[in-house]
Design a protein around this ligand. Structure first.
Ligand code: PLP
Length: 355
């Protein structure tokens, strides 16, 4: 269904139609010139050879400094997607499962299937502002569960869970002898920034894609215990070999500038979220997001039909069905400048499905 929709978008674009694409998880800002220059300089210095499957030492040291851990706790990956997939592949045996909260990023379920397991979800309710349902989490865990995944802040809701809620999830995991994987892809885009989580007996996957606009660079990393890092390095050696050194040089520069870049990205996201809330709020219930660039309003009609209707008006969004049992929600990525976004949001508010 989703692939049909994206094929349709490509076909319309091929016909020369202008589509405002609010359907992607890709920010419209780009890496800074200094980041690009760092990668170019590394290339000029011949940093394009086979390299360490764990990562470049300078980058791992910087990551360790930021997270308060040691380089031996860090492994640099091809986007955080690889950090997540490799963690799943290395913690799961055939027939086992993980639990996450929905609505959720659809890739988790596909990754689990690929690794021979299943993903169970605990459905969070819009009526409760997508508050974590810890009771249901406990009920969903069974003897085959190995991992809990917590994406905080969440794609698609942009809802952030508190440190206390994270601790409650960790407590449940400890009680059941499970590990937790924190997916922090959007953490640096929290409108109220938080300190890094103290290092502990869990996995943390981080991304350069969102905050730094480096989606195509494929840079991310995992923080984990040193024995797990060793396993992951061995896995990297037989699969991706290494993240290109020149990409890591750009990633290091991004971290050097992190405070400035993240502040600007957060400001951009917050302005857009306020605009979305103002315009969409005229018709839908749109809580103010806690972070990032998604809103996930309930539109009270079928989301796939609504997506088709919007596409006719030149706007692409993602129907809620992509993220679980949310047939009347749509995910709007606020990934256009304020002017274009305003026009698109007005059209979304005016669009009506003929019943
Ligand atoms: N986690 C979540 C929740 C995401 O939405 C995404 C990308 O959309 C990723 C992880 C992976 O991002 P990347 O592999 O580009 O770091």
């Amino acid at each position: 269904m989703l692939y049909q929709l994206s094929e349709k978008i490509f076909a319309l674009e091929a016909q020369g139609k202008k589509i405002t694409k609010l359907n992607l998880g890709e920010p419209d800002w780009r890496p800074s010139e200094k980041v690009a220059e760092a990668a170019r300089s590394a290339l000029a210095l011949g940093k394009d050879r086979y390299a360490s499957a764990q990562g470049e030492l300078a980058l791992m040291e910087k990551i360790a400094e930021i997270h308060g851990c040691k380089p031996e706790n860090v492994v640099v990956t091809l986007g955080s997607k690889w950090a997540i997939y490799a963690t799943i592949a290395l913690t799961l045996k055939q027939g086992e499962n993980a639990v996450t909260f929905s609505p959720n990023w659809p890739a988790y379920a596909s990754m689990y299937r690929q690794a021979g397991g299943t993903l169970k979800t605990v459905e969070l309710k819009q009526e409760n502002n997508f508050t974590l349902d810890l009771e249901q989490l406990e009920k969903t865990i069974d003897e085959k569960t190995r991992l809990i995944i917590l994406n905080n802040p969440s794609n698609p809701t942009s809802r952030a869970f508190s440190d206390k809620e994270e601790q409650a999830v960790l407590d449940i995991a400890n009680k059941n002898r499970l590990r937790v994987l924190f997916d922090d892809a959007y953490r640096d885009l929290l409108f109220k920034p938080r300190k890094e989580r103290p290092i502990g007996e869990y996995f943390t996957a981080c991304s350069f894609s969102k905050t730094f606009g480096m989606t195509g660079w494929r840079a991310g990393y995992l923080i984990a215990g040193k024995d797990f890092v060793k396993k992951m390095v061995a896995f990297n050696q037989i699969t991706l070999t290494n993240v290109p050194q020149f990409v890591q040089a750009g990633a290091l520069e991004a971290l050097e500038e992190k405070d400035t870049i993240a502040r600007q990205a957060r400001k951009t996201c917050e302005e857009r979220a306020e605009l979305a809330q103002r315009i969409l709020g005229r018709k839908f219930n749109v809580p103010m997001p806690d972070a990032g660039f998604y809103v996930f309003p309930k539109i009270n009609s079928d989301a796939i039909e609504f997506a088709k209707l919007l596409l006719k008006k030149g706007i692409a969004i993602t129907p809620g069905q992509a993220f679980g049992n949310y047939p009347e929600n749509i995910r709007i990525s606020l990934t256009a400048n304020l002017e274009e976004l305003k026009m698109a949001l007005e059209k979304i508010v005016e669009a009506k499905i003929q019943k």
